[in-house]
Design a protein around this ligand. Structure first.
Ligand code: HEC
Length: 233
């Protein structure tokens, strides 16, 4: 650059600032919140599930996608994916606005709450236990796709605490119970969008407090690992 003649530099700078123009202007505008972006644009398809678009507030449809992580999901929305046009056909949306919109569509209520109390922004937050060298992450999702009252999808992700490696070869049994009744089921290996977990459906009708007791058997381990969670819903 040092020996570039001055007369060449000037037009280059002009061209550079022209290229930066629209973004520079846009960056100064305040970011719209998730709800505003969704109402204005994303709802066109995501309100009714046009072309298989996951619907706003349908956590069962969003949860497996959210498991891929916000960055991956936002990238997919930014680039476009299947029937999903790049940036939802709104090239002027910033990455931050796209993420806010996704958070809002995943859980309109908690996105609103997160705005009121940013410290508690809990989208995707999972209960966690460390037992017998195994990190256990619990996910509990309402399952409106299942007929019958009060169905929830219970899923867990297991990691070896020492190596951080995901454990995919365990036998996992879950018992969901109140002091009065209970149901024991195997949690089946599931792979959704490349994310591995163990899961099954359980019925949790009424308002009773339920606990989930897990028995996790790893091949070669002398004894099963047992963990208990209170199911908050
Ligand atoms: C023209 C219709 C349309 C509009 C507008 C639209 N979407 Fe979508 N979107 C879809 C469809 C269809 C899918 C399902 C694509 C699939 O999974 O094959 C989808 C899927 C997605 C996904 C999941 C992608 C994945 O990899 O699983 C995200 C995230 C998303 N949309 C975000 C948005 C956001 C944010 C907006 C608003 C800025 C928006 N969409 C606007 C049609 C739309």
């Amino acid at each position: 650059m040092t020996d570039t003649p001055r007369w060449l530099l000037a037009p280059m700078l002009v061209a550079g600032s022209l290229l930066l123009g629209p973004q520079a202007v846009r960056a100064q505008a305040p970011e719209r919140n998730g709800k505003a972006v969704v109402d204005e644009q994303c709802a066109k398809c995501h309100a009714k599930g046009e072309g298989g678009a996951p619907k706003i507030g349908d956590r069962a449809a969003w949860a497996p996608r959210m498991k891929r992580g916000m960055d991956a999901l936002a990238l997919s929305a930014i680039r476009g994916h299947g029937g999903m046009p790049a940036r939802g056909s709104r090239a002027d949306l910033t990455d931050g606005e796209i993420k806010a919109a996704i958070n809002y569509m995943f859980n309109p209520a908690s996105a609103a709450a997160a705005k009121a109390a940013p410290a508690k922004s809990a989208a995707g937050e999972r209960a966690h236990r460390l037992v017998g060298g195994v990190d256990i992450y619990l996910g509990l999702m309402r399952a409106p796709e299942r007929k019958g009252k009060g169905y929830y999808h219970v899923s867990i992700v297991l990691r070896d605490h020492a190596s951080k490696a995901e454990i995919k070869d365990a036998q996992v049994e879950g018992r969901v119970a109140t002091p009065m009744t209970g149901e024991t089921k195997k949690l089946e290996p599931e792979t959704v969008n490349n994310a591995f977990s163990y899961g099954n459906y359980f019925q949790l009708p009424g308002k009773d407090p339920y606990t989930l007791t897990l028995q996790i058997r790893r091949p070669g381990a002398p004894a099963p690992v047992e963990a208990k969670f209170d199911l908050k819903r």
